[in-house]
Structures are given as structure tokens and as C-alpha cells.
Design a protein around this ligand. Sequence first.
Ligand code: SF4
Length: 400
Amino acid sequence: MENKTKENRKHIGFFGRCNVGKSSLINALTNQEISIVSAQSGTTTDVVKKSIELYGVGAVVLLDTAGLDDNTVLGEQRVKSSKHALTLVDAAVLVISENKVGDIEKDFLEQCKSLSVPCIVVYNKQDVEKATEQTKKQVAELTNSQLLVLEDHSKEQMLQISSKLKDVLSSFEVEKRTVLQGIVKPLDIVVLVAPIDSSAPEGRLILPQVQTIRDALDKACICIVVKETELECLLKEKGIKPDLIVTDSQVFGFVSKIVPNEIPLTSFSVLLSRMKGAFEQYLKGTPYLDKLKDGDKVLMLESCTHQPTCEDIGRVKLPMMIRKYTGKDIKCEAVSGLTKIETPLSEYAMIIQCGGCVATAKQIHSRLQPALDMGIAVSNYGLAIAYMNGIFNRVTAIFK
Ligand code: SF4
């Protein structure tokens, strides 16, 4: 199942110095006035996002960013936000003009490499100053690919950008996996356990549950959804023998006692972490829970900005569980959305990522990579909870 929610669409960022024509290029590409175009430097102050259907690529979100050389009063902040935007995108378009290829462009291309963000370089404003052979050579050396020189903003030229983007996105494609891939077959009975407590949204299911139901149906499975309080009745009195039970991680402890050992059991969060997270690193990092010491700080990373409630998993339940399990004075902090993590990562002993249902695999990867590079243990909500409930091996057995 390819998710088509706005957040799961491919994100493409447009970067470059002030006044290279990023905004007018985006407007031409989308055939809409999305970004304000002005000859004055620093017109794009914050990152502007727009969802569009890009020919040959599909549904994408375009990000128009502030100039990388913005030296206005608020420039430093804007440059930071543009650089942060690079951690959110699946591909970058570096726009250059007037044959300017200096440290700014070199640094930017270096960052793309370190974040594994594919980048195409586009030469804009040929009418102002034509691209020289020297510029073309420099770009070819820096990127191993040809500079795309735009003669104008005609439809044909815009199609060239789409086509290049399509190429780089497909060559960097993270393995496409669906929620239940490889663990169910047609006509399997899949039981989903969805608690409805005060943290559940009013009148609807949450995205991981919806995604799993949809994937079960796509795979011709028989899908049953129950609350944890009805699970025992379903198994014993109704005599249903599920081929797989997927539960909300928060009730892992309760559910694992009801479900016989021979029935495969896992959680929505674990499934999502396998689909788009750093699953192998989570498997290695989760046992670090046993090494936490008094005063250690643990960071909870949530990819959405839902309204926290008194039963919030990342802010209340999981921190309480960690303190109880370790018996230590552990300080837990939570960061929501894909905003910059302000506290230096080196201050954290461990990082625990949510299922990330609204984030792309690339976004989760970019967010966790700096911590992994520093050797910080990373885990996932579902895996951490399973570990603390003594069922870590059980909930990961189906993936082996
Ligand atoms: S992004 Fe994370 S915290 Fe938000 S609903 Fe999805 S799994 Fe839960």
C-alpha cells in the first residue's frame, strides 16, 4: 500500500542563494503563484510548502526555502531553517545563477551527501548571465551529474526537471514495504486490538490502525477490530483462531497474557517501525534500557504534533514505565513533529522513536542518523514497551 497522506508524500526542497529565482521556478513548475517572487533579496522568509501532482513523479510536497546566503537581520535564523528543511526532504533542487558556485553551494552539496539526500543542480536566469563551461564543469565534478541549464521556464524545461527528479528519487528509493508485508497471506484472520481510552481521538481510529486495516484488506485477509476488553471473549467464547494479532503497544502487557503463545503477536508501532524506521538499529538499541543509570536523559521522538493528553504515551505512560522498569531516576523529554531538536543529542543516553505513521522513511532516517552516528542507542515505542513487558522476542519473532 502506498500511503497518499500529505505527510507521506515525497518532499522536494528548492534551495539556493537569495535571488537565484527559486520561487519563480516553483511557480513555473506548479503553474501556480505559490511563492512570492521579488527582485529583492530575502523575499522567502520561512519554508513554504505546497502539495502538488508532479508529472511523472506523482503526489509530492514542494518546499520553497529562504536563501542560503541570507544576510538580512533575521537571516541567520532563516538559513538555519532552510538547512533544517534539508533533513525533511526526499530530494533537493539546488538552484544557481550568474555562475556562482562557491562555498555555499559546496557546503550544501556536502550536507546532501551526508544526509543521503539526492540533489539535482539547476542553472536559472540564463537571460541574465549564461552558464559558462567552467560552471558546468564545476557542477559535474561536485555532483557527478550534469548541470541542468534552463533556457526559460517553458513547459518543456519544467518537464526536464520532473524527469530528473523522477530519476534521482527512484535511484534513492527506500525499499517499498507495506505494513503487513511478508507476514500474512490471503484469508488469514488478522485481529487488531485498539484501546479506546481518553488518549484515543474522538470518533475515529488513529492512522497506524487505519493503515493496518487497509493493508489487511489489500492482502485479502479477514480483519477483525476489537478493544482489549473484548479480546478474551473473541478468542475463547467466539472461538476465533487468529493467524496474527496486532495490538496497540500500550496494552501489550495485558494482551500478551490473554493471547496463547502459539498465536503470533506484534504491535502497530513495531509494524510501522519495520516499514519505515531504523528497524535493525532499534533491535540492537532496545536492550540499552537495562543500562540506563540514575540521571540519564531519554528523548521521545514523535513525528506528529498531536495534542498531548493526561494519558499521553510519550509524555506520561512510557516515562513512567521506564522509571518503574529500571528503578532509576530517568529524565524523559518529548519532541513532537519534525522540528529541530534544540537540546544537543549528546545529552541523551537513549532515543525512543514513535511509529512515525505520518513521516516518510527518509524523514525518520534523517532524524535518527545523527544519534546513530554518535553511538546513541535508539529504540521504538512498541519495541521498548515489549522489552519492558518481557515479550520482545515474541513480538519480533514473526520477522525472523
Ligand atoms: S506520528 Fe507517531 S505519535 Fe503521531 S500518531 Fe503516528 S505513531 Fe503516533
